[in-house]
Design a protein around this ligand. Sequence first.
Ligand SMILES: [Zn+2]
Length: 110
Amino acid sequence: MQEYVIPYFFAVEYYKKYSTYPFGERQHGNKGILSFYMEKFSVNTYDKAFNMLKYIVMNSYRGHISCPCGSGKRIRQCHKNTIIYWQQEKYRKIFIEDYYNLSKERKANE
Ligand SMILES: [Zn+2]
């Protein structure tokens, strides 16, 4: 039950803000999606949000390394709780999909 309910509420909140669902094809709105993550991750730039998303998708939690937000602090002194929270399995599918779409766009813009 929970496996489906939580992503549903996440999706509804996401849709209300950006008029797009976090599943499926998305040509537009990547800025909106990054704004959503800026808020969720408590960071103030698109790049920081992207780097946080990348860390959450690609790595397991390790407190001693530099925080992906770029503060220069170790994760355990910075975004520890944020990272642990958003690494929950129930968000993983959405995050992988967003990370994939956002990195595709970043590559195209290089
Ligand atoms: Zn941080």
